[in-house]
Ligand binder design. Structure first.
Ligand code: SAM
Length: 292
């Protein structure tokens, strides 16, 4: 029956009590906006019994609402001053259960996670998990790729990130945000923008605005035999965004006739720019380019 951690007064009280100083190098910007927090919980569609991995619980503003919505939360955190705060400030009992039955924190860089080992004993790994996080922005894309490639059985990743990165993930061909990041993600995950969050919703306030994105594993993933090769080819195609595809392909396919043949087979004009191609067309290009 205390007021929520994510309300500005309660956050301020916690900050005063434990002398919390937000660590910039760890991307610590705490959410102090209950509408934004509930927006994330809603976007993640949290239901009682859900097994949730949270990355970076901070002082627990989102964690608390994930627990109250019925979730069981396993959190990765690197700041060793936070577990004590979380144990004291999160509700001692949730739905009649003790906090430690519903919440576990591991002091570990999420990029070094070994999900199967870390989660075993706390989660039932025969069932899927959800990932929900207000991410540390300095490692947004490595985290997304680590999760996508981890083999973790997840139904969704609901992630708050810098708005600009969210726009790149969501972009469609033809837009200036469409690029290698879009393609690397959209060949594995469906991308849905859930909500935008103003920078005033954080403490301390970051310079940039944020967005919450929901990423869901694609049911029919396009077949990409060698992802490293594919990502490299895409990157090369975008190496000079303002130049034509033909120009960007010169290092990959030095022979002009072979390049012309490939471009014709894609059904596009030689003057096409990389951002105007579809993901399927990039897959076709990668098949034609010899592997390194
Ligand atoms: N969830 C809290 C909130 O919404 O107020 C805090 C979010 S804050 C943007 C990011 C959190 O990620 C911080 O608590 C930070 O210490 C933690 N963090 C930073 N690097 C991390 C890493 N490599 N692995 C796990 N957590 C990390």
């Amino acid at each position: 029956n205390k007021i929520p951690i994510g309300s500005p007064v309660r956050t301020q009280a916690i900050v005063n009590r434990y002398f919390v100083k937000a660590k910039k190098n760890l991307g610590q910007n705490f959410l102090v906006d209950m509408d934004a927090i509930m927006g994330i919980v809603h976007a993640a569609d949290v239901e009682p019994g859900d097994q949730i991995i949270e990355i970076g619980p901070g002082i627990g503003s989102l964690t608390e609402q994930l627990l109250l919505a019925g979730g069981k939360v396993f959190a990765y955190e690197v700041d060793d001053s936070l577990p004590e705060i979380l144990k004291n400030e999160l509700p001692a009992k949730i739905d009649g259960e003790d906090l430690d039955q519903r919440f576990k924190i591991m002091l570990k860089d999420v990029l070094k996670a070994d999900f199967e080992t870390d989660l075993s004993g706390f989660f039932d790994l025969s069932k899927p998990v959800k990932v929900v996080a207000n991410l540390p922005y300095y490692i947004t894309t490595p985290i997304i790729f680590a999760l996508a490639e981890s083999g973790l059985n997840f139904t969704s990743l609901t992630l708050m990130m810098q708005k600009e990165v969210a726009e790149r993930l969501e972009a469609d061909p033809g837009s200036k945000e469409f690029g290698p990041l879009t393609i690397a993600v959209k060949t594995q995950l469906e991308v849905k923008l859930a909500l935008n969050v103003n920078h005033n919703s954080f403490m301390p306030k970051p310079k940039v605005d944020s967005s919450v994105v929901v990423l869901i594993p694609l049911k029919d993933k396009p077949k990409i035999a060698n992802r490293k090769h594919f990502n490299w080819v895409v990157k090369m195609c975008f190496s000079q965004r303002r130049k034509t595809l033909n120009n960007n392909l010169k290092t990959l396919i030095p022979d002009a006739d072979k390049r012309a043949e490939l471009i014709a087979s894609l059904g596009v004009k030689p003057t096409v720019r990389p951002e105007d191609l579809t993901i399927e067309q990039f897959i076709q290009i990668a098949k034609t380019v010899p592997e390194k």
